[in-house]
Design a protein around this ligand. Structure first.
Ligand code: IPE
Ligand code: IPE
Ligand code: MG
Length: 244
């Protein structure tokens, strides 16, 4: 993803993670069913993937469905899974053309078989993409992810493959589903909520947060530019001191 000509000279985040919230409210405000909000949200996803490519962001991670979202009414879950299938079918060629590799994190085994098979197909077809990585967090929960990593470490210790003293931050990070991704530099949440809702709790330790009151279906390249501008002006200290 090469930065577009004339783009800001401020630092561009390598990895942006987004909590795409407010589809339901967007629909409600228009007197539409919630599923129409999700449909408009899928269009915003497409726009955002494209904008990231143009703006030089190499890693984009989108929170699309949380472990807690399984509590929603079955009809809404069905609508979401249907849209996900459509998205994967419709965007495959574009992703290949753009050189964007698809990656998934979350409890994929809980997803319907038809969604899983599409995900596998798109991941296989885009595996050689070198321009960027789009990670979808699906049936994802950070606590479940960290718990699974802790369990994996415990199994290795029990099997005699790992000593307790080798349980380091790096060892745990390597057993998270995000092992191949850099930590996000910037996390964005739409629709005015200011919480993480069980998203990437480990990986966001030093991320910059940016919030907008806009609902996800209204998110576009211009809003992303605002977030990037502000990110570029922030001083990241990582606990140290920055000398003027
Ligand atoms: C985000 O929009 C999409 C998902 C969580 C799947 P919501 O469906 O949470 O929309 P609101 O928060 O009810 O407006
Ligand atoms: C967070 O949104 C999950 C996703 C965006 C997929 P929610 O709408 O589920 O979060 P809460 O319930 O407001 O915390
Ligand atoms: Mg919500």
């Amino acid at each position: 993803m090469s930065p577009e000509a004339g783009a800001t000279q401020l630092p561009v985040p390598r990895h942006v993670a987004i909590v795409m919230d407010g589809n339901g409210r967007w629909a409600q405000e228009r007197g539409l069913p919630r599923s129409e909000g999700h449909r408009a949200g899928a269009v915003a996803v497409q726009r955002t993937v494209e904008a990231c490519r143009e703006l030089g962001i190499r890693y984009l991670t989108l929170y699309a469905f949380s472990t807690e979202n399984w509590q929603r009414p079955p009809a809404e879950i069905r609508a979401l899974m249907g849209l996900l299938r459509e998205f994967l079918d419709n965007r495959l060629d574009d992703l290949v053309r753009q050189g964007v590799r698809l990656n998934v994190i979350g409890q994929i085994e809980r997803l319907p078989r038809l969604v899983r098979s599409r995900l596998e197909r798109v991941m296989a077809r885009t595996a050689n993409g070198t321009q960027g990585t789009l990670t979808l967090a699906l049936s994802y929960g950070a606590r479940a992810e960290i718990t699974a990593a802790a369990r994996a470490l415990a199994e290795e210790v029990r099997a005699g493959k790992l000593a307790p003293k080798d349980i380091t931050e790096q060892a745990l990070a390597a057993r998270l589903q995000t092992a191949s991704l850099p930590d996000p530099d910037l996390v964005i949440r739409t629709a005015g909520e200011k919480r993480l809702s069980n998203f990437l709790l480990w990986q966001l330790s030093y991320a910059e947060f940016w919030f907008t009151d806009l609902c996800w279906p209204d998110f576009d390249r211009e809003v992303l530019r605002q977030a990037l501008d502000e990110f570029g002006r922030r001083q990241r200290r990582f606990g140290g001191l920055v000398h003027a």
